[in-house]
Design a protein around this ligand. Structure first.
Ligand code: F6P
Length: 329
């Protein structure tokens, strides 16, 4: 039984699952280094929960991970594992860990990874989760790995788009990632002084506010216009057509896409990845399991995984949201 090894660990595994996020490599690196310092061997599971089911692995030593802090993506690859929705495969995954003498698993990913980890816990596996997703959609944690890099990449791209909008006096409708959570749109939109930001948490299907704001700014003689839209909220091309029809402002669409997931992580993502990875191993050393690493008031803490799931919500920071409205006036 995996649980019987608590406090006397010999071998742990680490995987990355769901959408890749800058900073995941720093977390992997810190897991390997921390484990190695305690005389614990680390096995890397490839391609997330898919690799766990099929036991696709590679041993990880300090040498293997020494120089990965600056690399985007994840050296362990990732997947969105459909099979993990089926109990048979989850049991197979747990059995793989047992058969290979793994005392605990560190799973790095977002909401879906956390749910998978809860199910693995029910199969008797000791799991620690690290929040890694550019969407910042793990509510129990103030930070998720990758968000800072993604928000900065989006801001930089929008700044470049703005240069061209100014030259042509156009409106740019920029679609950013964040299917269910609008933090990338909110932060990049505010950072790039958007005229309007369309967020999944706040969208009521009414375009009036956007059009009113653009008309007002047009009347003030602005040299360019910017609307940032979180993907999946509304069709960016339709919105651009509507802007032309309703306000007379020529509009162009830019979809930033996967550029936001790639690239070298910012110092913040490298630092938080390192902190979270080391903390995950520390929790295991203390004999804790089925925990979610989180940041609260800028400190590392952990929640029981079920408790972390209960905290999940789709609320946006209301002060940040209100500020985004007043700063777009
Ligand atoms: O990882 C988060 C995310 O990038 C979301 O912002 C986006 O909606 C989704 O993943 C895209 O997923 P996929 O990689 O499966 O296309």
């Amino acid at each position: 039984m995996i649980g019987e090894n608590r406090g006397t660990m010999k071998k742990i595994a680490v995987l990355t699952s769901g959408g890749d996020a800058p900073g995941m490599n720093s977390a992997i690196r810190a897991v390997v280094y921390s484990a190695s310092c305690m005389g614990i061997e680390t096995i890397g599971i490839l391609r997330g929960y898919d690799g766990l089911i099929d036991w696709e692995t590679r041993a990880l030593t300090k040498n293997d991970v020494r120089d990965i802090n600056n690399r985007g993506g994840t050296i362990l690859y990732s997947s969105r594992c459909e099979r993990f929705f089926e109990e048979t495969y989850r049991k197979q995954a747990a059995e793989q860990l047992r058969a290979n003498g793994i005392d605990a698993l560190v799973a790095i990913g977002g909401d879906g990874t956390m749910r998978g980890a809860i199910d693995l816990g029910k199969e008797g596996v000791n799991v620690i989760c690290i929040p890694g997703t550019i969407d910042r959609d793990v509510s129990c944690s103030e930070y998720t790995l990758g968000f800072d890099t993604a928000a900065n990449t989006a801001t930089d791209a929008i700044d470049r788009i703005r240069d061209s909008s100014i030259s042509h006096g156009r409106c740019s409708v920029v679609e950013v990632m964040g299917r269910k959570r609008g933090y990338i749109a909110l932060w990049a939109g505010m950072a790039a002084s958007a005229d309007a930001i369309v967020l999944p948490e706040k969208w009521d299907g009414n375009f009036d506010h956007i059009m009113d704001m653009l008309r007002k700014h047009h009347a003030e003689g602005r040299d360019s216009y910017l609307v940032v839209v979180a993907e999946g909220v509304t069709d960016a091309a339709e919105l651009a057509n509507l802007i032309l029809k309703e306000t007379g402002i020529e509009s162009r669409v830019s979809e930033l896409g996967y550029i936001q997931r790639g690239g070298s992580p910012t110092a913040k993502d490298r630092m938080y990845g390192s902190l979270m990875g080391a903390y995950a191993v520390e929790l295991l050393k203390e004999g804790k399991a089925n925990q979610m690493v989180a940041i609260k008031n800028d400190l590392l803490i952990s929640y029981n995984l079920e408790e972390a799931l209960d905290i999940q919500n789709n609320e946006l920071d209301s002060f940040q949201y209100q500020l985004s409205l007043s700063l777009s006036e």
